[in-house]
Design a protein around this ligand. Structure first.
Ligand code: FPP
Length: 244
């Protein structure tokens, strides 16, 4: 029997690895942090474009578990940028109907940043136009391990459904589309479990230079893909004509 796995032309959930801030800054003889600041501007714009096109969930990789190994001034600069972004952006995001989540390990973050993330989650909890997951001190392996540890602590059997329910993105469906900017072709310990069946789009644009036309190219590429979820092309049922 044919199985209907057709998916809407617009992805419900878009995930993004925002790569290339450092190179963008270097090309302009600017400090790396200037690239991250400009990257934040791109993120503000992508939130708007996503809402305008009917995307319901946007998940971005803002600080990875491995980013602590960067120079101390870059790490503290990113922490400062997050603190500033929280105070400047949250009121407007909230007015636009954005619900914020910050998946990641809070334990290692400066206390003021960790409290700011929790507060922003509480302040936007009633919104439902777009879920914006800003992954901060996040790693795909950390996520799977923390989920498994919670099951083990409760003495529960490890099942796909049980583990999924403990992951940091349990509140949203898996990403339909992953975009990575900056020209690198890798996942870099992002959503290892959740990307199992996501469509991938790699852009050569550096993140601060990622624009609306390139975002639309990614969405158009997605709309042209046939998602098979392990089935054969013959098992995929084309949308049937309406009955007369
Ligand atoms: C990767 O570019 C980008 C990051 C590690 C940080 C992404 C952060 C933002 C876009 C700003 C929003 C962040 C906050 C804190 C709200 P890279 O530095 O690896 O660039 P490169 O590959 O060119 O060196």
């Amino acid at each position: 029997m044919a199985t209907d796995v057709t998916s809407p032309a617009v992805p419900v959930h878009v995930a993004i690895v925002m790569d290339g801030n450092g190179r963008w800054a270097k090309q302009r003889f600017l400090p790396r942090l200037a690239g991250h600041r400009q990257g934040l501007e791109t993120l503000r714009a992508v939130v708007r474009w996503s809402m305008a096109r009917g995307v319901r969930v946007l998940t971005v990789f803002a600080f990875s578990s491995e980013n602590w190994k960067r120079p101390v001034d870059e790490v503290s600069g990113l922490m400062g940028l997050m603190a500033k972004a929280l105070s400047r952006e949250v009121p407007e995001l909230s007015r636009s109907g954005v619900r914020l989540h910050f998946p990641g390990d809070r334990a290692a973050l400066p206390a003021a940043v960790a409290q700011g993330l929790a507060q922003a989650e509480r302040d936007t909890a009633g919104n439902d136009r777009l879920v914006l997951n800003v992954c901060f001190n996040y790693g795909g392996r950390w996520d799977v391990v923390q989920a498994a540890a919670r099951l083990a602590q409760r003495g529960e059997a490890v099942t796909e459904a049980g583990l999924s329910a403990e992951l940091a993105l349990a509140h949203v469906p898996d990403p339909d589309l992953l975009i990575r900017t900056g020209g690198e072709l890798r996942i870099s310990n992002f959503l290892l479990w959740q990307l199992a069946y996501s469509e991938l789009f790699f852009s050569d644009r550096l993140w601060p230079a990622f624009d609306e036309a390139e975002f639309d190219r990614a969405l158009a590429a997605y709309a042209g893909r046939q998602r098979r979820f392990g089935l054969t092309p013959e098992q995929i049922q084309a949308p049937s004509a309406p009955a007369h």
